[in-house]
Design a protein around this ligand. Structure first.
Ligand code: DQA
Length: 144
């Protein structure tokens, strides 16, 4: 049996509030609903580990741990930290595995301050505007 690819999916601040948070932009599914939806669509083709934090330093720490682990790729929605965090950008630059940055909304259609994406400088792929399919499509892109 060939070993399955293993993915870490990191969600940043306020993504634990999906469902309640601006449903007109992010939809009415909770993060847990999206996790279950994604896992179901992936049909056990890979192993997924989900991590969420509202704290910049914790996200940096989790990214650093990846250097000692055997993940195939990182999927990250840094939330608002995409627009501000040099610390997360620097941590991402340490990684050798593919980094797929996702945003549920299409930030290009939104406020000016969302147009700067610091973390995108370290990302291999950026996917935006896919809503609840964002994580599924990001992982699927690494299974082709
Ligand atoms: C987001 C977009 C960010 O601008 C925002 O701060 C978020 C969510 C998205 O998934 O569309 O928290 O990353």
């Amino acid at each position: 049996m060939t070993s399955q690819k293993k993915f870490l999916i990191i969600n940043g601040p306020n993504l634990n509030m999906l469902g309640l948070r601006q449903p007109e932009i992010y939809g009415d599914l909770s993060l847990q609903d999206i996790i279950e939806y994604t896992e179901k669509k992936l049909l056990n083709k890979c192993e997924c580990h989900w991590y969420q934090s509202n704290i910049e330093g914790e996200i940096v720490g989790r990214i650093q741990e990846l250097t000692k682990q055997d993940y195939s790729a990182l999927v990250i929605n840094p939330g608002a930290y995409s627009h501000t965090s040099v610390a997360i950008l620097d941590a991402l630059h340490i990684l050798k595995i593919p980094i797929i940055e996702v945003h549920l909304s299409n930030t290009h259609r939104r406020e000016e301050f969302r147009q700067t994406k610091l973390t995108a400088k370290a990302s291999t792929i950026i996917m935006e505007g896919l809503g609840k399919n964002a994580y599924f499509m990001a992982i699927e892109s690494q299974l082709l």
